[in-house]
Design a protein around this ligand. Structure first.
Ligand SMILES: CC(C)(COP(=O)(O)OP(=O)(O)OC[C@H]1O[C@@H](n2cnc3c(N)ncnc32)[C@H](O)[C@@H]1OP(=O)(O)O)[C@@H](O)C(=O)NCCC(=O)NCCS
Length: 178
């Protein structure tokens, strides 16, 4: 995966009803460590990383690249949204922008992921108009599959990789409003 390419970055912080989407800052580092070391977050993502290793190796400002949004609730990071251009992927996805999302378990079940991803996709539609977005998730990850469907992704294909059944979805380019 690579970053998005020539987009204006960072954008102004994006405010939704309850959340702020913004570029990563030094104060987010502990939450990035919580995200990457959480067994619950990584059940379908290949497993968590050891916390002590993350403490040693994570940069001072993790996740600071075009397309990586920190999602903030009441002043604290609760998740990350990743929009990256896929260089190694299924043939149908290579070259397209791929959406990923990870939220801390205490933030699940409140609709924050839907709210934040909708805002990130709206930003994407204005930054790179006319581009589709792909999304891959394990079929066993039912909450992620549900979220993808709510966001307008439809199935392109199912495949087996990384020792699990996977789902590849596509969100077609949105039509510019007249
Ligand atoms: C995938 C993941 C982001 C989904 O999080 P989530 O909190 O379940 O997602 P949603 O934003 O869709 O919210 C879920 C529920 O909150 C409920 N909710 C509660 N209050 C709400 C509100 N005010 N507004 C909207 N929904 C609300 C909704 O009922 C919704 O469920 P429904 O769609 O069945 O009605 C989360 O499970 C996660 O981070 N998993 C680990 C990482 C991962 O596997 N990522 C996938 C890799 S691509």
């Amino acid at each position: 995966m690579t970053d998005l390419g020539p987009v204006p970055w960072p954008p102004e912080p994006i405010r939704t009803g309850r959340l702020v989407l913004r570029e990563s800052e030094p104060r987010d580092r502990p939450a990035f460590i919580d995200l990457a070391s959480s067994p619950d977050v990584h059940t379908y993502l290949g497993g968590p990383q050891p916390r002590d290793e993350l403490e040693r190796t994570l940069p001072a400002v993790p996740g600071q690249w075009p397309g990586s949004f920190v999602v903030e609730l009441d002043g604290a990071m609760i998740g990350q949204i990743l929009l990256r251009r896929a260089t190694e992927h299924r043939p149908a996805a290579v070259g397209k922008v791929d959406l990923g999302y990870l939220f801390l378990p205490q933030a699940w079940g409140f609709g924050y992921a839907t709210e934040a991803c909708t805002a990130a996709l709206n930003w994407f539609d204005s930054a790179l108009p006319g581009e589709p977005v792909v999304l891959a998730t394990q079929t066993a990850n039912t909450t992620s599959m549900h979220l993808a469907t709510k966001l307008g992704f439809t199935e392109l294909e199912r495949f087996h990789a990384w020792n699990a059944d996977q789902w590849l979805g596509l969100r077609p380019p949105t039509k510019p409003s007249a």
